[in-house]
Design a protein around this ligand. Sequence first.
Ligand SMILES: *Cc1c(COP(=O)(O)O)cnc(C)c1O
Length: 397
Amino acid sequence: MKFAARVSLIKPSPTLTIQAKANALKAAGRDIIGFGAGEPDFDTPQNIKDAAVRALAAGFTKYTPVGGIDELKDAVSAKLKRDNGLTYKRAEIVISCGAKHSLFNIAQVLFEQGDEVLIPSPYWVSYTDIVYLSGAQPVVITTDVRDNFKLQPAQLEAAITPRTRAIIISSPSNPAGVTYTLQELQALAEVIVRNKIMVVSDDIYEKIIYDGLPFYTLAQLSDELKQLSVVVNGVSKTYSMTGWRIGYAAGAEEVVAAITKYQSQNTSNPTSIAQKAAVEALNGPQESVEMMRTEFQRRRDVIVRKLNAIPGVSCLNPQGAFYVFPNVAAYYGRSFAGKTITNSAEMATYLLDESNVALVPGGDFGHDEHIRLSYATSMEQIERGTDRIGEALLKLR
Ligand SMILES: *Cc1c(COP(=O)(O)O)cnc(C)c1O
């Protein structure tokens, strides 16, 4: 079969691939410990499920406006005001089928061939592919572990060319949990405003942040930045609603109108029932968010300590999201049973085969010396899984 060239521009999501492989092994009876998941392991809170059931019973099962129901846009608007001090009206908000869909649509309406889009690395695996599919060129800026993987203003400045259209930035980030302080964002903002590049801010981990750190998004720093920004967020990670597929983008009215037009010719509206559930998520009680956040922080403390206790492994202490991104390169070049590990993909395969632990190679996030583990799993699995990783690594000679 001859396929369109765009299909070969991209690869299947490695995180979803690992997850599928781990699930298949589990189904075949292997005792797999999964650190691959890119989603919270909690159930969706009951009040949110109840809202969906009510919507269903009320027959709220038809097409809605393409860009989402007013009730949800109002809930998003109120959230952006309450949590971020940002004012957006309905016409500046579009609801999509997940934050990934929002990011995809933004790229489709803003970027094209000849444009460069800056992506600090380590980056979320989908950013580069979403940019490729727009025809633009992703320009990866490799951050330094000694800077805690934070993009430095001088690095940003050096990467900007006349072709630069935008930067995609996320704080807290996936995979390293990088969380910028206000001062750090202000320093980046100065470069962004002076060069007038756009900002796509992926705020999906806003509520999963630790050590009492406050959350900031670039758009709230000044009116000029707000004009240059499109804010992306959603309910997947905060409310453990990954399967519901509700995300949103907020930005200039003309950008939102273009996204809505684009969406009208691909997905149409996001699922009607899920929109009602998202209204309850945003407007309803928020206790479950804090419960999940506290539990993630407890797990983070354990997994970081246990990984750093393995000789040769070094792991930054993430300040948000639910991933750790340890460096395991001390074991590259070593062998077990005649097989030598030379990169993160081989390391992930080795750990799956040898210790029944599923995790994602760091190479997929732009840093091949690392592996990514999600700690959206039980404390017991974290304890046992990290023990197994330690044992498997020490077998390498
Ligand atoms: C999970 C994730 C998303 C996608 O969220 P959905 O709303 O489920 O599409 C976006 N960005 C990052 C960094 C993520 O980890």
